[in-house]
Design a protein around this ligand. Structure first.
Ligand code: ADP
Ligand code: ADP
Ligand code: ZN
Length: 230
């Protein structure tokens, strides 16, 4: 499986990518996670992008493309990958197409996760993550069983919130999505790769919709409305 998850901030890209990774063992490549890792480790790249992430604008294409190209060169990407949060501009989509062409690799799909703006604000303001294992949670939609303990890895007092998940940065990120990222939808539509799932549905239903796109055998065959190129 080689797919791109496209969607505004808070659409559920990371949530679905983590589920699919566990199910199929495919590598999850999240541009935002790679940047945050570099910021945490105070690398040259991290220092360069820290203020950009805080503000919620995009890291310049040149830097982002270089980072993703290096990641896709790693041997663990050979059997498939889920790209989460890349590409986010038409220039990045074009660069990705070139990279994959050189590797003689074809994308299976670009999956758009459609979610209303009001819902996104609620999702982002309630989001928190286990810093030990990366599992994502939500104050309302996905609470851990014990408020201080990660359900997945058992770490205690390791929950963190992103500095860019504040009202101001969220508004900026949504604006950036509409002005810079949405224009890549026609790029994938023209190539017959664009698929749309209803990201407003509960988490497990969104997973089922994505699996149904690939005819996975444990996806519910009936009763699911998978919109095409909507
Ligand atoms: P979200 O959860 O809001 O979708 P991400 O974790 O994917 O956020 O990204 C966080 C931030 O990292 C973005 O606001 C942006 O500053 C930077 N970033 C992530 N992906 C890209 C990209 N493809 N191009 C440029 N900047 C990016
Ligand atoms: P993205 O990676 O697209 O920015 P996340 O996967 O981090 O989005 O999801 C944002 C927040 O919304 C998280 O707190 C997550 O637990 C929650 N969430 C994800 N998918 C859904 C869903 N289908 N319904 C309700 N909440 C969701
Ligand atoms: Zn954990």
């Amino acid at each position: 499986m080689r797919i791109i998850l496209l969607g505004p901030p808070g659409a559920g890209k990371g949530t679905q990518a983590r589920i699919l990774t566990e199910k199929y063992g495919i590598v999850h490549i999240a541009a935002g996670d790679l940047f945050r890792e570099n910021i945490k480790n105070k690398t040259a790249l991290g220092l360069q992008v820290e203020e950009i992430l805080k503000a919620g604008t995009l890291v310049p294409d040149e830097i982002t493309i270089k980072m993703i190209a290096a990641r896709l060169d790693q041997p663990d990407c050979k059997n498939g990958f889920i790209l989460d949060g890349f590409p986010r501009t038409v220039a990045q989509a074009e660069a990705l197409e070139e990279m994959l062409k050189k590797k003689a690799i074809k994308l299976d799909a670009a999956v758009q996760m459609a979610v209303d703006d009001d819902e996104l604000v609620e999702r982002i303001s309630g989001r928190f993550t286990c810093s030990a294992c990366g599992e994502g949670y939500h104050d309302k939609f996905k609470k851990p069983h014990d408020p201080d303990t990660c359900d997945k890895c058992g770490a205690k007092d390791k929950f963190t919130r992103r500095p860019d998940d504040n009202a101001e940065a969220v508004r900026t990120r949504l604006g950036v999505y509409h002005s810079q990222t949405k224009p890549i939808l026609p790029f994938y539509e023209e190539r017959g790769l664009l698929k749309t799932v209803d990201g407003m549905a509960p988490m497990k239903d969104v997973t089922a919709q994505i699996l149904a796109l690939f005819g996975a055998k444990d996806a519910p065959a009936k009763g699911f409305q998978v919109k095409k190129n909507g």
